[in-house]
Design a protein around this ligand. Structure first.
Ligand code: FAD
Length: 402
């Protein structure tokens, strides 16, 4: 059945090759990864693994032996330099592989601070891969002073781990509030209060002007004119899709590698899945940065390589762990005009996003039932009356039967 080459041995790449074999694909399969570890899960990198509570092997998505047992040629520590679409080849620098079908699962690249404001100083870190976290971990010692630039999920998760380990933590967020890009003010308020209760200094509406230090970072000057001393810095200012190799090959990029409903790129025999793609969604085009999306889209692509001809229907969900709070998010809140609060008990609350009468998304804190019911309602296109949701007496599960 030919040779399928997958570039990017992360969540999506691993899911794609496993699915091919699971569905009986008996051609040649090659999975190429620039990192030196077998495919692993990233979420614990800013949670349990950073906390030192998870062994390396438990990060691996599949046992190392899986790939050889499944006759998957896993080539680690190798970066694809270029793709020749006409010749149907990928160039690894010291080797060239011919493909019949090519899948791009090249993930995302963390945004970094410009060198001009100290981005290249020693002690300035990002949290994207294992190498990053292994470099940060030794600095997570009680009493150390860390500045976290950016109050998104990854920055806040790192802040939570640091605070739990006894570091002095400052978070600067240049927007008006933390989580502004992804959540309602209610969710921002919840997490601000949570972090402050753990001693984290959260400064909103305050940007980083420049980092200070000769060689290594020793401080930071902020946009409000204040200066703080720091021992190290974590930069959590978002990511951009890993499109460079695709773009150089002439593949269409539109906020990520542009794919159609089935995961095909603009080039014949080239597919893409995961963080690196933008794909059709409810009449528009979106990009998602989440594990469930990476798995589902990659499996859909594998099925389509085998001729299934099916459309990928994203069912967005996401989670974040901070202290003893588990946040679960169902749906996408884009375009919401109203947030309904459902207070379950002292530790559990849900924020339900509506546009008009339509339920769009749910942020559920320590409320697995609210999350689960919200997710199923959204997927079924059902929108309960907001007053019913706000009433803590409502039996949520009954709403699924209506
Ligand atoms: P990746 O897993 O990033 O894999 C892409 C791989 O491709 C990388 O290993 C890269 O090195 C490789 N690659 C790129 N270019 C080349 C090339 N030219 N040649 C060879 N290899 C190449 N999502 C959630 O749903 N919940 C969470 O709680 C959550 N927490 C997260 C915490 C952290 C710290 C991070 C970094 C991410 C988190 N995410 C979370 C996001 C989630 O991990 C990603 O959405 C997911 O990993 C995307 O999978 P992917 O396969 O598209 O990309």
């Amino acid at each position: 059945m030919g040779h399928v080459v997958v570039i990017g041995a992360g969540q999506a790449g691993s899911s794609c090759v496993a699915r091919l074999r699971n569905k009986g694909f008996d051609g040649r399969v090659t999975l190429i990864g620039a990192e030196s570890w077998p495919p692993y899960q990233r979420p614990p990198l800013s949670k349990a693994y950073l906390m030192g509570e998870m062994a390396l092997e438990r990060l691996y998505l599949r046992p190392e032996s899986f790939y050889s047992e499944q006759d998957i040629d896993l080539r680690l520590g190798e970066r694809v330099q270029s793709i020749d679409i006409g010749a149907q080849t990928v160039d690894l620098g010291d080797d060239v592989l011919r493909y019949d079908e090519l899948v791009l699962t090249t993930g995302s690249v963390p945004n970094r601070l410009p060198d001009a404001i100290g981005g290249a100083l020693e002690g300035v870190h990002v949290v994207r891969d294992l190498a990053n976290v292994d470099a940060i971990s030794p600095r997570f010692a009680s009493g150390a002073r860390v500045l976290i630039v950016g109050g998104g999920y990854i920055g806040l998760e790192a802040a939570a781990v640091a605070a739990k380990l006894g570091l002095n933590v400052t978070v600067v967020e240049m927007s008006e509030r933390i989580l502004q890009r992804v959540a309602a003010p209610e969710t921002s308020d919840f997490f601000r209060a949570l972090h402050r209760a753990h001693g984290v200094d959260i400064r909103e509406g305050v940007g980083l002007k420049t980092l200070l230090g000769e060689g290594s970072v020793t401080g930071a000057r902020l946009s409000d004119g204040s200066e703080i001393d720091v021992d190290f810095v974590i930069v959590g200012v978002g990511i951009h899709p890993g499109t460079d190799v695709a773009e150089a090959a002439g593949i269409t990029i539109e906020n990520g590698i542009k794919v159609d409903e089935q995961g095909r790129t603009s080039a014949a025999h080239v597919w893409a899945a995961g963080d690196c793609t933008s794909f059709p969604y409810r009449g528009g085009r979106i990009r998602l940065e989440s594990v469930p999306h990476a798995i589902d889209q990659a499996e859909c692509v594998a099925d389509n390589i085998m001729g299934a001809g099916q459309e990928y229907v994203a069912k967005p969900w996401f989670w974040s762990d901070q202290y003893d709070v588990k946040l679960q998010i169902a749906g996408l809140n884009t375009g919401y005009d109203r947030v309904v609060t459902r207070k379950v008990d002292a530790d559990s609350v849900g924020f339900w996003y509506y546009r008009g009468d339509t339920l769009l998304a749910v942020d559920a804190m320590n409320d697995p039932r609210g999350y689960m019911v919200g997710k199923r309602l959204i997927e079924a296109g059902k929108s309960p009356d907001p007053a019913v949701i706000a009433d803590p007496e409502t039996d949520l599960k009954a709403l699924l039967r209506e």
